[in-house]
Design a protein around this ligand. Structure first.
Ligand code: MG
Length: 254
């Protein structure tokens, strides 16, 4: 009898929650809501598409069939929905500034070479800033030259590389550098990279172009946009599903 009576009483925790909820409702009734007053326009609706994209507003740079948007694309081999570097690097015919870039790559299944000689390619933003592509699965090299590094500027935060032959993804957010009319950098370039969904670069401030034989430096003056480039480094790395979206700030009403 006594136990039944105790069970019917609300617990102390429930009472606290109930009084907090009452207090919040009372508070909302007497306090003005903060509004920024910024005349935001309604964001455009985008269909994100399947996992890995492309979203409905993306531009497909390689759909597995044709590299006709790339200078030099006719030199590369296209087979079974993927492309393999041959003879030369390839460069988009169009130029881009602030972008989201998605690409998928696989290092050769048959492991050959070591260090920088194993599954080496690279993706360049604005034709200048290389995110390294390398088979970094149990393959030692200098750390600021392994997969996901900004070549010779910083290693990736972690090594998220898959095994040779397995498809991998890069999702890159790139903010182009800004320069004044004299070519002086007013805001450097920034880059964020997800490798197989794992953040390996977080808003990294680029010190300039990425070079093999000299320290990073910005070209001055610098065009506002530049092409995407895929590196030829003599290794049969595979590429597929490459798409790009220009990034623009949330719009305001006019
Ligand atoms: Mg490379």
């Amino acid at each position: 009898m006594r136990h039944g009576f105790l069970r019917s009483l609300p617990s102390r925790g429930a009472l606290v929650v109930a009084s907090l909820a009452t207090a919040l409702v009372a508070h909302a009734a007497f306090v003005d809501e903060y509004k920024s007053g910024i005349p935001w326009a309604e964001p455009v609706v985008v269909d994100p598409g399947p996992v890995g994209g492309p979203p409905s507003d993306a531009r497909q740079l390689f759909d597995g069939k044709s590299l006709n948007q790339w200078q030099g694309g006719e030199k590369w081999e296209i087979r079974d929905g993927y492309a393999i570097p041959r003879e030369t690097g390839i460069t988009t015919k169009d130029s881009f500034g602030d972008v989201q870039l998605h690409l998928e790559w696989a290092s050769p299944e048959k492991v050959e070479g070591e260090g920088q000689g194993r599954g080496n390619s690279g993706v360049y933003l604005m034709g200048r800033y290389e995110v390294q592509i390398l088979d970094s699965f149990k393959n030692q090299t200098y750390f600021d030259g392994q997969a996901g590094s900004l070549y010779k500027q910083t290693p990736p935060m972690v090594n998220a590389c898959r095994k040779p032959g397995e498809w991998q993804s890069y999702d890159i957010l790139f903010t182009a550098p800004r320069m004044d009319p004299q070519g002086k950098v007013t805001t450097p370039a920034f880059i964020t990279v997800l490798h197989n969904g794992v953040v390996v670069q977080n808003h990294f401030e680029l010190k300039g172009g990425t070079f093999y034989e000299r320290p990073p430096a910005y070209d001055n003056p610098h065009p506002a946009t530049g092409p995407i480039q895929l590196q030829f480094h003599g290794n049969p790395v595979k590429f597929r599903n490459i798409w790009i979206r220009e990034m623009k700030p949330a719009p305001l009403t006019k």
